[in-house]
Design a protein around this ligand. Structure first.
Ligand code: BGC
Ligand code: ZN
Length: 367
Protein backbone atom coordinates (compact mmCIF):
# COMPACT_ATOMS: atom_id res chain seq x y z
CA UNK A 1 0.00 0.00 0.00
CA UNK A 2 1.02 3.58 -0.59
CA UNK A 3 1.75 5.62 2.55
CA UNK A 4 2.88 9.22 3.06
CA UNK A 5 5.97 8.94 5.22
CA UNK A 6 8.92 10.83 6.64
CA UNK A 7 12.34 9.81 7.89
CA UNK A 8 12.20 11.12 11.47
CA UNK A 9 15.20 13.31 12.22
CA UNK A 10 15.76 14.18 8.56
CA UNK A 11 14.22 17.54 7.57
CA UNK A 12 11.87 17.65 4.57
CA UNK A 13 12.03 13.90 3.96
CA UNK A 14 8.36 13.47 3.03
CA UNK A 15 7.90 10.71 0.45
CA UNK A 16 5.63 7.87 -0.59
CA UNK A 17 6.62 4.61 1.12
CA UNK A 18 5.34 1.09 0.64
CA UNK A 19 3.54 -0.50 3.58
CA UNK A 20 2.41 -4.13 3.88
CA UNK A 21 -1.37 -4.78 3.80
CA UNK A 22 -2.91 -4.92 7.28
CA UNK A 23 -5.06 -7.89 8.22
CA UNK A 24 -8.00 -7.99 10.61
CA UNK A 25 -6.21 -10.79 12.48
CA UNK A 26 -3.20 -8.59 13.19
CA UNK A 27 -5.13 -7.56 16.33
CA UNK A 28 -5.40 -10.35 18.90
CA UNK A 29 -8.60 -11.63 20.51
CA UNK A 30 -10.84 -11.23 17.47
CA UNK A 31 -11.04 -7.50 18.27
CA UNK A 32 -9.58 -6.20 15.02
CA UNK A 33 -11.29 -3.60 12.84
CA UNK A 34 -9.96 -3.23 9.31
CA UNK A 35 -10.64 0.25 7.95
CA UNK A 36 -10.43 1.80 4.49
CA UNK A 37 -9.04 5.34 4.79
CA UNK A 38 -11.24 8.02 3.19
CA UNK A 39 -9.90 11.36 4.37
CA UNK A 40 -6.99 12.53 6.50
CA UNK A 41 -6.52 16.07 7.80
CA UNK A 42 -3.09 17.55 8.49
CA UNK A 43 -1.96 20.16 11.00
CA UNK A 44 1.05 21.85 12.57
CA UNK A 45 2.23 18.59 14.10
CA UNK A 46 2.65 17.05 10.62
CA UNK A 47 4.61 20.11 9.57
CA UNK A 48 6.87 19.82 12.63
CA UNK A 49 7.41 16.12 11.97
CA UNK A 50 8.47 16.86 8.40
CA UNK A 51 10.74 19.60 9.78
CA UNK A 52 12.36 16.86 11.93
CA UNK A 53 11.42 18.71 15.14
CA UNK A 54 9.18 15.92 16.29
CA UNK A 55 8.19 12.33 15.49
CA UNK A 56 9.69 8.85 15.85
CA UNK A 57 9.59 5.78 13.60
CA UNK A 58 8.06 2.51 14.82
CA UNK A 59 10.35 -0.33 15.89
CA UNK A 60 11.79 -2.09 12.85
CA UNK A 61 11.19 0.84 10.48
CA UNK A 62 13.32 3.79 9.44
CA UNK A 63 10.23 5.72 8.28
CA UNK A 64 7.05 6.94 9.97
CA UNK A 65 3.71 7.07 8.16
CA UNK A 66 2.20 10.41 9.18
CA UNK A 67 -1.43 11.57 9.49
CA UNK A 68 -3.41 11.41 12.73
CA UNK A 69 -6.74 13.08 11.79
CA UNK A 70 -8.59 10.30 10.02
CA UNK A 71 -11.98 9.32 8.66
CA UNK A 72 -12.54 5.86 7.28
CA UNK A 73 -15.06 3.13 6.50
CA UNK A 74 -15.03 -0.31 8.08
CA UNK A 75 -14.12 -3.11 5.65
CA UNK A 76 -14.02 -6.11 7.98
CA UNK A 77 -14.33 -6.86 11.68
CA UNK A 78 -12.99 -9.65 13.89
CA UNK A 79 -15.37 -12.23 15.47
CA UNK A 80 -15.51 -10.40 18.81
CA UNK A 81 -16.47 -7.00 17.44
CA UNK A 82 -20.16 -6.29 18.14
CA UNK A 83 -20.82 -2.57 17.71
CA UNK A 84 -19.15 -2.03 14.35
CA UNK A 85 -19.94 -3.51 10.95
CA UNK A 86 -18.58 -3.19 7.43
CA UNK A 87 -19.74 0.07 5.88
CA UNK A 88 -19.71 2.06 9.14
CA UNK A 89 -17.90 5.40 9.11
CA UNK A 90 -15.26 5.61 11.80
CA UNK A 91 -12.51 7.78 13.26
CA UNK A 92 -9.55 6.30 15.14
CA UNK A 93 -8.08 7.86 18.27
CA UNK A 94 -4.39 8.83 18.17
CA UNK A 95 -2.58 7.81 21.36
CA UNK A 96 -2.22 4.21 22.51
CA UNK A 97 -1.80 3.24 26.15
CA UNK A 98 1.59 2.97 27.80
CA UNK A 99 2.10 1.59 31.27
CA UNK A 100 1.24 4.35 33.76
CA UNK A 101 -1.80 4.02 36.00
CA UNK A 102 -3.69 6.51 33.82
CA UNK A 103 -3.09 4.37 30.76
CA UNK A 104 -4.47 1.36 32.58
CA UNK A 105 -7.85 3.06 33.19
CA UNK A 106 -8.33 4.24 29.59
CA UNK A 107 -7.05 7.77 30.30
CA UNK A 108 -4.04 7.33 28.01
CA UNK A 109 -4.27 11.02 27.14
CA UNK A 110 -3.10 11.62 30.74
CA UNK A 111 -0.10 9.29 30.59
CA UNK A 112 2.91 10.14 32.74
CA UNK A 113 5.19 7.77 30.78
CA UNK A 114 8.23 9.43 29.22
CA UNK A 115 7.72 7.57 25.99
CA UNK A 116 4.33 7.81 24.43
CA UNK A 117 2.80 6.10 21.45
CA UNK A 118 0.75 8.13 18.99
CA UNK A 119 -0.35 6.93 15.57
CA UNK A 120 1.16 9.13 12.88
CA UNK A 121 3.33 11.00 15.39
CA UNK A 122 5.38 8.85 17.71
CA UNK A 123 6.45 5.19 17.32
CA UNK A 124 3.29 4.07 15.49
CA UNK A 125 2.34 4.48 11.84
CA UNK A 126 -0.46 6.92 11.06
CA UNK A 127 -3.39 7.00 8.71
CA UNK A 128 -2.06 8.62 5.51
CA UNK A 129 -2.25 5.28 3.77
CA UNK A 130 -4.91 3.13 2.14
CA UNK A 131 -6.04 0.83 4.97
CA UNK A 132 -5.28 0.28 8.64
CA UNK A 133 -6.27 -2.14 11.38
CA UNK A 134 -6.74 -1.44 15.07
CA UNK A 135 -8.42 -2.68 18.23
CA UNK A 136 -12.12 -1.80 18.50
CA UNK A 137 -11.36 0.19 21.68
CA UNK A 138 -9.75 2.89 19.53
CA UNK A 139 -12.31 3.08 16.77
CA UNK A 140 -15.20 5.53 17.18
CA UNK A 141 -18.30 5.34 15.01
CA UNK A 142 -19.53 8.43 13.22
CA UNK A 143 -23.10 8.54 11.85
CA UNK A 144 -23.23 8.47 8.05
CA UNK A 145 -25.02 11.85 8.14
CA UNK A 146 -21.77 13.36 9.47
CA UNK A 147 -19.42 11.73 6.96
CA UNK A 148 -18.70 15.01 5.13
CA UNK A 149 -17.27 16.55 8.30
CA UNK A 150 -16.10 13.42 10.13
CA UNK A 151 -12.44 14.16 9.39
CA UNK A 152 -12.72 17.07 11.87
CA UNK A 153 -13.44 14.76 14.78
CA UNK A 154 -9.84 14.38 15.96
CA UNK A 155 -9.18 18.13 16.32
CA UNK A 156 -12.65 18.47 17.88
CA UNK A 157 -11.74 15.78 20.43
CA UNK A 158 -8.70 17.82 21.49
CA UNK A 159 -10.93 20.86 22.10
CA UNK A 160 -13.55 18.73 23.88
CA UNK A 161 -10.91 17.51 26.28
CA UNK A 162 -9.62 21.01 26.99
CA UNK A 163 -13.08 22.36 27.73
CA UNK A 164 -14.12 19.38 29.79
CA UNK A 165 -10.92 19.73 31.84
CA UNK A 166 -12.00 23.29 32.62
CA UNK A 167 -15.43 22.16 33.81
CA UNK A 168 -13.94 19.31 35.85
CA UNK A 169 -11.47 21.66 37.55
CA UNK A 170 -14.18 24.18 38.32
CA UNK A 171 -16.14 21.65 40.36
CA UNK A 172 -13.86 23.03 43.10
CA UNK A 173 -16.18 26.05 43.18
CA UNK A 174 -19.32 24.16 44.20
CA UNK A 175 -21.22 26.22 41.68
CA UNK A 176 -19.80 27.47 38.41
CA UNK A 177 -21.83 29.22 35.78
CA UNK A 178 -19.37 30.40 33.15
CA UNK A 179 -20.84 33.21 31.07
CA UNK A 180 -17.98 34.67 29.03
CA UNK A 181 -15.02 33.11 27.30
CA UNK A 182 -12.14 34.30 25.20
CA UNK A 183 -10.45 32.15 22.59
CA UNK A 184 -7.03 33.24 21.40
CA UNK A 185 -6.29 32.01 17.89
CA UNK A 186 -8.71 31.48 15.02
CA UNK A 187 -7.07 28.58 13.22
CA UNK A 188 -8.90 25.27 13.12
CA UNK A 189 -8.53 24.67 16.89
CA UNK A 190 -9.52 28.21 17.83
CA UNK A 191 -12.55 28.05 15.55
CA UNK A 192 -13.59 24.66 16.90
CA UNK A 193 -13.14 25.93 20.47
CA UNK A 194 -15.34 28.92 19.63
CA UNK A 195 -17.97 26.50 18.34
CA UNK A 196 -17.93 24.17 21.36
CA UNK A 197 -18.07 27.07 23.85
CA UNK A 198 -20.98 28.60 21.93
CA UNK A 199 -22.76 25.22 22.00
CA UNK A 200 -22.33 25.32 25.80
CA UNK A 201 -24.07 28.71 25.81
CA UNK A 202 -21.13 31.00 26.54
CA UNK A 203 -20.62 34.45 25.07
CA UNK A 204 -17.35 34.12 23.15
CA UNK A 205 -14.76 36.67 22.03
CA UNK A 206 -12.19 35.21 19.63
CA UNK A 207 -8.95 37.09 19.04
CA UNK A 208 -6.50 36.49 16.21
CA UNK A 209 -3.85 38.50 14.42
CA UNK A 210 -5.55 38.95 11.05
CA UNK A 211 -7.69 42.00 10.44
CA UNK A 212 -11.28 41.13 9.54
CA UNK A 213 -12.96 40.32 7.29
CA UNK A 214 -11.40 36.91 6.64
CA UNK A 215 -13.06 33.54 6.28
CA UNK A 216 -11.96 32.89 9.87
CA UNK A 217 -13.61 36.05 11.19
CA UNK A 218 -16.76 35.27 9.21
CA UNK A 219 -16.87 31.78 10.69
CA UNK A 220 -16.57 33.23 14.19
CA UNK A 221 -19.38 35.69 13.52
CA UNK A 222 -21.55 32.97 11.97
CA UNK A 223 -21.58 31.41 15.47
CA UNK A 224 -22.78 34.70 17.00
CA UNK A 225 -19.38 35.07 18.58
CA UNK A 226 -17.25 38.23 18.44
CA UNK A 227 -14.06 38.45 16.39
CA UNK A 228 -11.38 40.96 17.34
CA UNK A 229 -8.02 41.59 15.73
CA UNK A 230 -5.36 41.05 18.37
CA UNK A 231 -3.28 43.73 16.65
CA UNK A 232 -5.91 46.32 17.54
CA UNK A 233 -7.18 44.96 20.85
CA UNK A 234 -4.96 43.10 23.30
CA UNK A 235 -6.29 40.27 25.43
CA UNK A 236 -6.12 42.55 28.47
CA UNK A 237 -8.12 45.22 26.69
CA UNK A 238 -10.61 42.62 25.50
CA UNK A 239 -11.05 41.48 29.11
CA UNK A 240 -11.83 45.06 30.16
CA UNK A 241 -14.30 45.55 27.37
CA UNK A 242 -15.98 42.15 27.14
CA UNK A 243 -14.98 40.29 30.31
CA UNK A 244 -14.63 39.18 32.98
CA UNK A 245 -13.65 35.98 31.22
CA UNK A 246 -14.50 32.77 33.06
CA UNK A 247 -12.53 30.76 30.51
CA UNK A 248 -9.65 31.76 28.29
CA UNK A 249 -8.64 29.11 25.80
CA UNK A 250 -5.24 29.54 24.18
CA UNK A 251 -4.96 27.98 20.72
CA UNK A 252 -1.93 29.71 19.21
CA UNK A 253 1.22 28.05 20.54
CA UNK A 254 2.66 31.53 21.22
CA UNK A 255 3.99 31.48 24.77
CA UNK A 256 3.45 35.19 25.47
CA UNK A 257 -0.31 34.53 25.35
CA UNK A 258 0.06 32.30 28.41
CA UNK A 259 1.14 35.15 30.65
CA UNK A 260 -1.19 37.75 29.23
CA UNK A 261 -3.96 35.18 29.65
CA UNK A 262 -3.06 34.69 33.32
CA UNK A 263 -3.55 38.38 33.94
CA UNK A 264 -6.56 38.86 31.68
CA UNK A 265 -8.47 35.95 33.23
CA UNK A 266 -11.42 36.89 35.45
CA UNK A 267 -11.67 35.90 39.14
CA UNK A 268 -12.22 32.16 39.70
CA UNK A 269 -11.43 31.73 36.02
CA UNK A 270 -9.60 28.96 34.22
CA UNK A 271 -6.98 29.36 31.52
CA UNK A 272 -6.76 26.38 29.15
CA UNK A 273 -3.52 26.00 27.18
CA UNK A 274 -3.67 23.85 24.04
CA UNK A 275 -0.97 25.28 21.75
CA UNK A 276 2.22 23.32 21.30
CA UNK A 277 5.38 25.40 20.96
CA UNK A 278 8.47 23.46 20.03
CA UNK A 279 10.75 26.52 20.06
CA UNK A 280 12.73 27.88 22.99
CA UNK A 281 11.64 31.49 22.90
CA UNK A 282 11.86 33.50 26.12
CA UNK A 283 9.38 36.23 27.02
CA UNK A 284 9.52 39.05 29.52
CA UNK A 285 6.45 39.30 31.73
CA UNK A 286 5.08 41.56 34.51
CA UNK A 287 5.58 38.80 37.09
CA UNK A 288 4.37 40.65 40.19
CA UNK A 289 1.17 41.83 38.55
CA UNK A 290 0.40 38.39 37.19
CA UNK A 291 1.08 36.68 40.50
CA UNK A 292 -1.06 39.14 42.44
CA UNK A 293 -4.06 38.82 40.15
CA UNK A 294 -3.67 35.05 39.97
CA UNK A 295 -3.56 34.59 43.72
CA UNK A 296 -6.18 37.17 44.67
CA UNK A 297 -8.41 35.84 41.90
CA UNK A 298 -8.16 32.14 42.81
CA UNK A 299 -7.32 31.44 39.20
CA UNK A 300 -6.24 28.21 37.52
CA UNK A 301 -4.14 27.47 34.44
CA UNK A 302 -4.16 24.03 32.88
CA UNK A 303 -2.32 22.46 29.99
CA UNK A 304 -4.12 19.86 27.90
CA UNK A 305 -3.01 17.50 25.15
CA UNK A 306 -4.50 14.69 23.11
CA UNK A 307 -7.88 13.05 23.83
CA UNK A 308 -9.13 9.63 24.78
CA UNK A 309 -12.12 7.79 23.40
CA UNK A 310 -14.59 9.56 25.69
CA UNK A 311 -13.78 12.96 24.13
CA UNK A 312 -14.18 11.58 20.64
CA UNK A 313 -17.63 10.34 21.60
CA UNK A 314 -18.53 13.73 23.04
CA UNK A 315 -17.19 15.25 19.84
CA UNK A 316 -19.58 13.18 17.74
CA UNK A 317 -22.51 14.47 19.81
CA UNK A 318 -21.35 18.05 19.43
CA UNK A 319 -20.87 17.64 15.68
CA UNK A 320 -24.51 16.57 15.46
CA UNK A 321 -25.58 19.53 17.63
CA UNK A 322 -23.48 21.86 15.48
CA UNK A 323 -25.14 20.57 12.30
CA UNK A 324 -28.55 21.15 13.90
CA UNK A 325 -27.77 24.65 15.22
CA UNK A 326 -25.46 25.97 12.51
CA UNK A 327 -25.99 23.75 9.47
CA UNK A 328 -23.04 23.74 7.06
CA UNK A 329 -20.67 25.57 9.42
CA UNK A 330 -18.30 22.65 10.02
CA UNK A 331 -17.96 21.95 6.32
CA UNK A 332 -16.72 25.48 5.70
CA UNK A 333 -13.59 24.62 7.70
CA UNK A 334 -12.58 22.03 5.09
CA UNK A 335 -11.00 24.64 2.84
CA UNK A 336 -8.23 22.75 1.00
CA UNK A 337 -8.76 19.22 -0.27
CA UNK A 338 -5.83 17.42 -1.85
CA UNK A 339 -6.59 14.62 -4.24
CA UNK A 340 -4.98 11.25 -3.40
CA UNK A 341 -1.85 10.21 -1.51
CA UNK A 342 0.45 10.81 -4.51
CA UNK A 343 -0.01 14.55 -4.07
CA UNK A 344 1.84 14.69 -0.75
CA UNK A 345 4.05 17.54 -1.99
CA UNK A 346 0.99 19.68 -2.66
CA UNK A 347 -0.37 18.73 0.77
CA UNK A 348 2.81 20.00 2.45
CA UNK A 349 2.91 23.10 0.30
CA UNK A 350 -0.64 24.05 1.30
CA UNK A 351 0.09 23.28 4.94
CA UNK A 352 3.15 25.53 4.97
CA UNK A 353 2.33 28.31 2.52
CA UNK A 354 -1.41 28.69 2.17
CA UNK A 355 -2.27 31.30 4.77
CA UNK A 356 -5.97 31.19 3.90
CA UNK A 357 -6.18 27.45 4.62
CA UNK A 358 -8.18 26.44 7.66
CA UNK A 359 -8.01 22.69 7.13
CA UNK A 360 -5.90 20.94 4.51
CA UNK A 361 -6.94 17.31 4.05
CA UNK A 362 -6.19 14.45 1.69
CA UNK A 363 -9.01 12.66 -0.11
CA UNK A 364 -7.75 9.10 -0.05
CA UNK A 365 -11.02 7.37 -0.97
CA UNK A 366 -14.60 8.18 -2.06
CA UNK A 367 -16.95 8.98 0.85
C1 BGC B 1 -2.47 15.78 18.10
C2 BGC B 1 -2.61 15.15 19.47
C3 BGC B 1 -1.25 14.80 20.02
C4 BGC B 1 -0.36 16.02 20.00
C5 BGC B 1 1.03 15.77 20.57
C6 BGC B 1 -1.52 16.94 18.16
O1 BGC B 1 -1.34 17.46 16.88
O2 BGC B 1 -3.70 16.22 17.59
O3 BGC B 1 -3.43 14.00 19.39
O4 BGC B 1 -1.37 14.27 21.31
O5 BGC B 1 -0.26 16.53 18.69
O6 BGC B 1 1.75 14.81 19.86
ZN1 ZN C 1 -3.13 17.26 15.66
Amino acid sequence: MKAISVLPGKPDSIHLADLPEPDVDDVPGGRGVLVEVLRVGVDGTDKEINDAEYGAAPDGYNFLVIGHESLGRVLEVGPNVRDLAPGDYVVATVRRPGSSIYDLIGAYDMTIDDTYYERGISLLHGYLTERYVDDLEYIVKVPAALKEVGVLLEPISVVEKGIEQAYEIQRRLGIWRPARAAVVGAGSLGLLATLILRLRGLEVTTLALADPPTLNSELVEALDARYESARKLSLLQAAERYGPFDIILEATGASNVVFEGMEALGPNGVLVLTGISSGDRTVEVPGDRIMLSFVLGNKVAVGTVNANRRYFERGVQDMALAEAQCPGWLERLLTHPVCELENYAEMMRLLIEEKSAIKVFVEVGEL
